[in-house]
Design a protein around this ligand. Sequence first.
Ligand SMILES: *Cc1c(COP(=O)(O)O)cnc(C)c1O
Length: 378
Amino acid sequence: MRGPARLTIDLDALAGNWRTLQRHAGGAECAGVVKADSYGLGLDATAPALWEAGCRTYFVAHVHEGVRLRGLLPSAVIYVLNGLLPGSADAHARERLRPVLGSVEEIEEWRTFLATSGWRGEAALHVDTGINRLGLDLAAAAALAARLREVPLSLVLSHLACAEDAAHPMNALQVAAFREARGHYPGVPASLANSSGIFLPGATFDLVRPGYALHGGNPLPGRPSPTRPVVALEAGVIQVRDVPEGASVGYGASWTAGRPSRIAYIHLGYADGFLRAGSGPDGHSGAVVSVADRRCPVVGRISMDMAAADVTDLPEGTLRRGDAVEVIGPTLSIEEVAERAGTIGYELLTDLGRRYERRVLGCGTASPSHSAAGFRSA
Ligand SMILES: *Cc1c(COP(=O)(O)O)cnc(C)c1O
C-alpha cells in the first residue's frame, strides 16, 4: 500500500451475503437496501454486483438516491423509503420509482397525481406497527383500505424497532400487528424484516429488506455472523517515534506515557470516519489498530488527519514508516470498531471517509477503482 489509507470493498462477499440472506428468507424475496450510498460503500460498485447476484428489488431513502440507482439499474424495482417529498410525484414517475407512502397527506398527493397525470405506476404503503416513525397507524391502515383501491399498491411494509434483540417482546407484538394490517390489503405482498428481522420467527412475509447484513454487518449481535465482512480498512504509518515517560501525546495532552513508549502515527483521522469519540483517554479502552494480529491501543485524541497508536509492546522493528495497520478487517469487526467509539456498525459504515484509496475486489472487476487521484495500489 502506498496511499495514506485504503478501503477494500469485496463485491464477492456482498453478492455472497445476498445469496445467504435469500436462503434464510424462507421463500420470501430478498431485496437490497442501498440507502446512504449503499451504507457508505459506494452505490456505483455495489448495485451492479447485487443485480448480478440476482437482487431485483431495491430500497433507497431519498428520491435523488433513486434517480442515481435508476441510472445504474434500468430494470430494477426501486422503492423510496422516506416517503413522498412534496412535489416529487412526477420525479418518481419519470424515473419509475415507487414511493413508500407513509402518511395520509402523502397518499392524497400521490392519488391526485395519478388522477391528473394518468401515471399508473405502483407505490408501497407504510404501516406503523410500533416504531412510531413513519407510516399509518393500524386504525388508519384499516380505514383507508377501500380508498386505496384506486392506488396501485405493490407492497405493504412496516419496520421493526428491536429486531437485533431476538428476545425483545416488541418483536412478536409487531409481527402480530403487521399480520393484522396486511390482512386489510389482500393480494398485496407484505414486507416487515430488516437484516435482523430475517432471523426472527414469522417475520419474513413475502419480501425481506436487509441492508446492514448485506454490507457485512452482523445481524445477530453477540453470535457468529451469518454474513461475511465486505469492507476492510488499512492505514499507513507516517512515522514511528519514541516518547519518554511522562510526555503527553496529541491535542489536549489527554494521554501521558506511563513508561518509555513507542508511538506510531497513522494516516487516519476523524475526517476519514475514524471517529474522534474513539480517542482512548487514560484508563479507558477506546479505539485500537491491529498489527500482525496484535491489538495496539490508540492513544491521545484522534485528530482530523492522523491518530497515534501505542506500539511499545510490539517487537522492535515490527512496524516501520510506510507499513500498513489494520483498522477494520479480519481481526477487527465493524461491530468492535464501532463499539470502541461508542456507536454502532451502521454509523461507522455510513461515516466512512471519502479520501481513501478505494479498492474494489470481485465480481469481475478487472482493475481496482480509485475515488481519489494520485494513489497507486501496492
Ligand atoms: C434502513 C432500513 C432497512 C434496512 O435495515 P437494516 O437493519 O440495515 O437491514 C429496512 N427497512 C427500512 C424501512 C429501513 O429504513
